[in-house]
Design a protein around this ligand. Structure first.
Ligand SMILES: [Zn+2]
Length: 118
């Protein structure tokens, strides 16, 4: 039976130390682990067609960033490219073809990045 406390580590008679964040045994703690496949840290920038309308979008994948960091990065990229876009499930999408600019911008910000695909 688990006992939950307020703050600090929580103990369980069966599992020993429990993580206060995720309420899992420390050995099975999932805190800080990404819920999606982690990027390898190299941003891959590709130009793709979005939806059936076939509008060109610039897609960035592969950066090893937390979602919040990626959202912030997406905002800066939209401003840098003067376009709109979205960030979802670890993928930054910008409207229009900005692939070269995105790669250059990422490199200038100290990220690793390269063109991918078309
Ligand atoms: Zn945890």
């Amino acid at each position: 039976m688990r006992k939950s406390g307020s703050g600090g580590l929580v103990y369980s008679t069966e599992s020993g130390r429990m993580c206060p964040g995720c309420r899992q045994p420390v050995a099975a703690c999932v805190c800080g682990k990404p819920q999606r496949p982690a990027g390898d840290g190299v941003g891959r920038v590709s130009r793709e067609k979005a939806g059936r309308g076939g509008k060109t979008v610039t897609v960035l994948r592969g950066l090893a960033l937390e979602d919040a960091e990626l959202v912030a990065l997406g905002q800066k990229l939209r401003a840098a490219c003067g376009t709109g876009g979205t960030v979802k499930e670890g993928v930054v999408e910008l409207q229009g073809d900005h692939a070269e600019k995105v790669v250059a911008w990422l490199l200038a910000q100290g990220h690793r990045a390269k063109r991918s695909g078309g």
